[in-house]
Design a protein around this ligand. Sequence first.
Ligand SMILES: [Zn+2]
Ligand SMILES: [Zn+2]
Length: 320
Amino acid sequence: MNKIIDLQIKCSNKEHDSFVQLACFNENCKANRIYCLECLRLGYHSVHPNEQYDLIKLLQFIKQIRQKSDELIKQLSSCIEKINLSFSILSQGLKQKYQLSEDQIQRFDAKQLNQALDQMLKYNETAGKILLDVGNCSKETFIQLNKISTQFELNELIYCDQIEQQKGQAQDLEGQNQLNTKILATSLIELNKYNDAIICIDKALLLLDSNHVKSFYLKAKSLLNLRHYNDAITWADKALLIDSKHIDSLCIKGKICYSPMYQQVLQDRLAIIKKHLLLLNKLCYQIQSMRYQQKQKLYVKQILNRKVFQQVDYQVILIL
Ligand SMILES: [Zn+2]
Ligand SMILES: [Zn+2]
């Protein structure tokens, strides 16, 4: 009871010089929910008089919701625990079936060894299928969880005392959000949900970092898959403007130039290719990583296969 008197919150109506004493629980009410006796006299909530309560009831309600939400988190955790349990069973099964020790093999008879070999010959096929199924399942879950957070604005409403607390974590949070966006957008692209991926990237560019190279690239990739070639080039260029060595963005442009679907006049293509050959030429010397070299080779080979682009820089060819 004392706590309520201690609340001493001024009425948000600036003309009222008193503390709030009542709360309106009507879901559709548009007036201030927390108000003073003066507000009551002015009849702001007179259409639903039975849904007005004092602050004791308000605090009880807040406590009730806190407990219910705790219960919800427990229920959700139990869903994830069930997934964990299924995963343990799956890993155990994989170990039993495919991780045979030499001791075990020595105790096998011909029939058992025959059976083991039979299973192992199908290993690659089985492993591929498991990885694909579990991968899709985990992507779907990841997308659903993020969708729920967005749909119910779970991370957007910040109460005042949490602002201070979050200031210190702001950078970490931004980094984490950036990473989540990247994973989410990549998953959406892999599931062929390109429009959803673009919405997710646009939001991140607006709220997080408006100059994020990876986001530019992912948007270009989504647009490429939607066959919006000119837009894809625009976004790949944005990435290349910040990082001229961003090989994934270069590859997007390479793919577009190479795509028979891209119905631009030949001169346009030639200009794009020439521009990139210069870039690739530089890249071949500057980037040593195998992964990149493989991509460069693939990309340059694609270009060379087009007869119209025979006039290439010979230094590029030398590296192939
Ligand atoms: Zn008031
Ligand atoms: Zn009301």
